[in-house]
Design a protein. Structure first.
Length: 126
């Protein structure tokens, strides 16, 4: 099993790189370059470091892919993602409980909330 997953979304970021261990997903960024080149993608991807950083302010980062390579000199922290994207990611972790259960970074109380889907918010569409 890979130590990451590369998720395609239709939300704030078209792609999210999610780590599957305490190793931050930025460590795997070069592995997804060929995929993005093949798919002629250009834009920002989101890095979700939940399993390496927990719920800290540096959980999320974004990096720009110019169609050929990542601009590694300009990685920016993302302080907020939409509730829709958060729900998507929390659903991913709920569906992949072993990632959370095996984490040595996330406290037990937060593990409980994640594996039981209790962080997923109801979104009102007006």
């Amino acid at each position: 099993m890979r130590n990451y997953n590369f998720l395609k979304t239709s939300m704030d970021f078209e792609y999210v790189l999610v780590g599957h261990s305490f190793v931050h997903p930025i460590s795997y960024i070069q592995e997804v370059e060929a995929f993005l080149r093949t798919n002629e993608f250009e834009g920002y991807i989101l890095l979700d470091g939940l399993l390496s950083n927990g719920f800290s302010d540096n959980r999320f980062a974004k990096v720009f892919f110019d169609g050929k390579r990542f601009d590694m000199m300009n990685i920016d922290l993302v302080n907020h993602v939409s509730d829709e994207l958060n729900n998507y990611l929390y659903g991913y972790y709920k569906d992949n409980k072993s990632l959370i259960e095996n984490s040595s970074i996330i406290p037990n109380a937060q593990k409980y909330l994640l594996v039981n889907g209790l962080l997923i918010k109801e979104i009102c569409l007006a």
